[in-house]
Unconditional design. Structure first.
Length: 228
C-alpha cells in the first residue's frame, strides 16, 4: 500500500496548511482569488500524493470547488455593488446640487420671522377634523395659536404674519411651533410640522448626501417633502 510522503510536500505549503505562514495567511484572506489559488495548489499536491487504493472522493472535490466558486462570485458581486452605491451617491450629489438656492419643506418645528412673515408647513397624514398650531418664542412663551380647521391628507404650506394673539407685532427672529390634531374630539397624530428654509450647500459623507438648509441645519435629501 502506498502512503503519502510528507517529504514530497514543500515546507511553505505545509506551513500554509498548518496556518504558520503569515504571508500565506494574509494573502488567503486578502481576496477570494488568492484563497482559490491556494486551494488549487493544495488540491494538486493532494492528488499527486493520494493513496491509489483509496483515492479522493470526486464528489467532495467537486463540492469544494463549487464552494470556492461561490465565494469568488460573492466577492465579485460585492465589488459591483460598491461601484453601484458610489455611482448612485454621485448622482444624488448632482441632483442635490441643483437644489442650492431653492426653498424646501422638511420635517421640523422651527420657523423664522422676517419681513412680517414666517413660512412653515404641515404634513397631514390622516384627515383631521381640527388642526391647531401653537407658536412659541425663544423663551418658550406662547405668542399665538393658529386654528387651521379641518384638513385633508397632504402637504400644506402655511405662513404666520407675525401678529400675536394680543394683536402686537412679534419681533423678527426664530420661533418654534407645535401641531395638534383632533377628530371627533379625540387627539390624533395625523399632522406634524414642516420647517421652511433655503438650501445653501450640499455635503456628502458617511450619512449620505446632506442638504445644509438656512436656519434648520443639515437634512437628508430623502427627508425633503416639498421644493419651491
Amino acid at each position: 500500500m502506498s502512503t503519502i510522503n510528507a517529504n514530497t510536500v514543500s515546507a511553505s505549503l505545509l506551513a500554509a496548511m498548518n496556518g504558520t505562514s503569515s504571508s500565506s495567511s494574509s494573502s488567503s484572506t486578502s481576496s477570494a482569488a488568492a484563497a482559490q489559488n491556494q486551494f488549487m495548489t493544495l488540491l494538486v499536491t493532494q492528488m499527486q500524493n493520494q493513496d491509489p487504493l483509496n483515492p479522493m472522493d470526486n464528489s467532495q472535490m467537486t463540492s469544494q470547488l463549487a464552494q470556492l466558486s461561490t465565494v469568488s462570485g460573492i466577492d465579485t458581486l460585492n465589488t459591483t455593488l460598491q461601484s453601484l452605491v458610489s455611482s448612485s451617491q454621485s448622482n444624488q450629489t448632482l441632483q442635490a446640487a441643483s437644489m442650492i438656492g431653492q426653498n424646501v419643506l422638511t420635517p421640523g418645528n422651527t420657523m423664522t420671522l422676517a419681513n412680517g412673515t414666517a413660512p412653515f408647513g404641515l404634513n397631514v397624514t390622516t384627515a383631521s377634523g381640527d388642526v391647531k398650531v401653537t407658536i412659541q418664542n425663544s423663551s418658550g412663551q406662547t405668542v399665538d395659536t393658529l386654528d387651521m380647521g379641518a384638513q385633508k391628507v397632504g402637504t400644506i404650506p402655511v405662513a404666520w404674519n407675525g401678529v400675536t394673539s394680543s394683536g402686537a407685532t412679534a419681533p423678527a427672529g426664530q420661533y418654534t411651533f407645535t401641531v395638534s390634531a383632533t377628530t371627533d374630539g379625540q387627539s390624533t397624530s395625523g399632522a406634524t410640522g414642516l420647517s421652511y428654509g433655503e438650501v445653501q450647500s450640499v455635503t456628502t459623507g458617511a450619512s449620505g448626501v446632506m442638504l445644509n438648509v438656512a436656519n434648520i441645519g443639515a437634512v437628508s435629501l430623502a427627508s425633503v417633502v416639498e421644493i419651491f
